[in-house]
Design a protein around this ligand. Sequence first.
Ligand code: CA
Length: 225
Amino acid sequence: MKILIVEDEPSLRELIQRSLEKERYVVEVAANFQTAMQKIEDYEYDCILLDIMLPDGNGLTLLKHVKQLHKRENVIILSAKDSIEDKVLGLELGADDYLPKPFHLAELNARIRSVIRRHQQEGEVDIRLGNVRIVPEQFQTWVGEKILELNRKEFDILLYFVNRPGRLVNKSTLAESVWGDHIDQVDNFDFIYAQIKNLRKKLKEAGATLELKAVYGFGYKLIVE
Ligand code: CA
């Protein structure tokens, strides 16, 4: 799961970043409006944490932009201005939640999990597809009644696909989501191939009814048999 933190206050930004990295999220940061705009246009995130008062613009303008681009990102507004106007406007513009500063990191974590659960897991703590069950908050994968041991990247790849069953995903989009935005600078994506190969093997050996199909020259697609 990849999160974008849009926050100009360095100490708060770093604090949130460290906390989310401990929760195993891939974390990207934007310290100003321009960087945030660029990242939102170029990449996909599972959740965007959005400060409103930025040195070169307003977070609500970014929120409008996310909606105009028809992006499916969850957005949580983090605002120092605990004004009812900001909250109402943010929610009317389509933000999923609003957290006034100062807040406890534990509460931020809980809110992130909650919006992700609501939008990507239909409110459930687990995702079921075929005979596979994934519990994202515990990083657990089950095939039937048995736990399937996956390494971190294998798990992240599988989670990415079960949230998008049947969708054809190109390698660079997958790499950015699992390894981070910087990965689009690399020359080739052979490292993905190795992880996918192991993941496929583990799924097959466990008798999973899910299969990651390679689409030659493009990427991969998750099929339920
Ligand atoms: Ca600010």
